[in-house]
Design a protein. Sequence first.
Length: 320
Amino acid sequence: MFKKLGMQIVIITSICIAVVVAIMLTVTIVAFHSYNDSIMLERAVVGMQVLEDTVEDEIGNLEDAFSMFKEDGDFRDAAVAADEAVLKSYMQRELPGDDFYMILGDKTGAITYKSANYPLKSFDYTQVANGKTIKGVARCDDELVAMYASYVKDQDGQEFMMCLGFTMEATDWLDEVMKISNCDATVWNWNIRYATTLKRDNGERATGTDLNEDVAEAVLNKDGKYEGQHDVVDRHYYVSYQTMKDYDGNIVGAYWAGADARDADAEFGSVTAIAITIGVIGALGIAVFIFIFCMKRVTQPLAHAEEYADEMLKGQLATT
């Protein structure tokens, strides 16, 4: 009887240890999953900030080039004369690539020169000719651009309106954002995915899709932000959205950055496997230790006690 009691104690103790270990593993895995979610969401938030900062940096580069051009006498001569060859050489030197453009106009705002890749059709430059400096994002003709525009008038009487800009539909700068932030990035032209690093299964950029209604309500209608998780182009992402405003403070779209949940799933799976392995090995080790300990400290003494009890029942009271 006492031997059976000892074994029952060992078994019950081992089961209790296994339950405790299982609970500890579950709590650890749940806690890590929550921590992993917060880390991935923070990555998306940082990616969105990198995207915003990159746009600001590009606009700053446009302003720097503008300042350099207006201080150059040869450039001013070329601008007044609308000398295409000279103007192109300046652009290629300071703002290389097909994503950048230049517009020149007279004091009425009428365009006298524009780059071949100029994307807008009906932007009103009379406000610039009237002395307003434009610095920021602009939305016109269903296009999004970033620009720096102002009126130039030197001491020799040369004057003209000049605008430098780049189309936000370009992808090279977005790809650079992705490299820096390790997040996918998108620019929304109002509620349409205008430019993105996201690609469909066929390799094409996933542009032209509509913004989620809940996100649109938070970002476009309420001038706010949206952070969370949802599916994008058939993949799960941790996402961060932020309102995009133009140079006058009007909402024209949104910035988006997303951290691919597959990265989190892979890390979570790896950590879970390690935790389970450690837990199982630990539980087995503790169970073996408890078994040996109980055998020596509980089961064997109980067995001896049972023998003594049997002898006492037989009347061998002198047994020592």
